[in-house]
Ligand binder design. Sequence first.
Ligand code: IPM
Ligand code: MG
Length: 358
Amino acid sequence: MNYKIALIKGDGIGPEVVNEAVGVLEAVGKKFGHSFEFVDVLLGGCATDAVGKSYPDGTAEKCKACDAVLLGAVGGPKWGSDKPAEQRPETALLAIRKDLGLYANLRPAALRPAMADACPLKRETAEKGIDLMMVRELTGGIYFGKRDRYQTEDRGVECTDLMAYSEKEIERIGRRAFELARLRRKKVSSVDKANVLETSRLWRSVMHRLAEEYSDVQYEDVLVDNCAMQLVKDPGQFDVVVTENMFGDILSDEASMVTGSIGLLPSASIGDAAPGLYEPIHGSAPDIAGQDKANPIATILSVAMMFRYSFQRSAEADAIEAAVDAVLADGWRTPDIAEPGVKPIGTKEMGRLIREHI
Ligand code: IPM
Ligand code: MG
């Protein structure tokens, strides 16, 4: 097959980790007989620097002409919250997700066998295994609601951020979660704050309807604060965790750390139409950018998810995941996952070793 892939390298460590992932794509192509056409797409702080806005006109169209999108990371202190919205990299990230209709964000948090020591939890807890799939709603809720800022007479400036959800939005993400659970351990934990929020009460009622329809899947409601606690107490209890946008943003960072490092976790953002967007869940880490210190594994594993979810090619995905596990089992570590006393390797060397195993 020939695949056309949009590359959004972005800011900070983005370009370095994407370069290694591209190398892995090429190695997989060689082994399985695929070829790739890459289209560079400018988005994020680098786009602000080049053309004055973080989300240049025509970005979504360029991506839609491709089979999948691979994104490194965007953001950095240079384009901080004091800058106008159209210059901030985060605005562009939210916009591309919305414009491509990517409402489902899959963030698998699994403790890789070679990484058991990197789990910050008690050994007994790690030994039970951690393998959960966070399904985060990605194009609704408070990140996309109406915002306002105004001057009051007696209370100074006041701001609002609106959290809105429709039944339709909840149902489509819920279905994704139940369908995924059927392919895994058949359990869905739906996370909300139904004891306080109206959006959560609607969320819960829609999920209950789906739970009846998917009666072969075990279902539970979990309040978000309790979920945050359960993730460090007993993460092995979770299979598929489905939740709204902001809760999923926060809980997925927590889940990643529980499995060792945010530098290891990939994500897939998908909708009902192509292309899907694949990106590590970590940020642009400007403090280590350009120093060959970043961990490229999250981006490389995002390529595995691309094969699995966009191209329906699980042999290629398995090969990438096996190569990552083999390199980790051999003891190779980038600085973020190196135990004290272990000499870490750089971004490029990690990429090279993984390619070699493929
Ligand atoms: C993430 C990030 C983004 C998000 C930011 C950068 C807008 O934190 O992908 O988790 O909140 O979605
Ligand atoms: Mg986040």
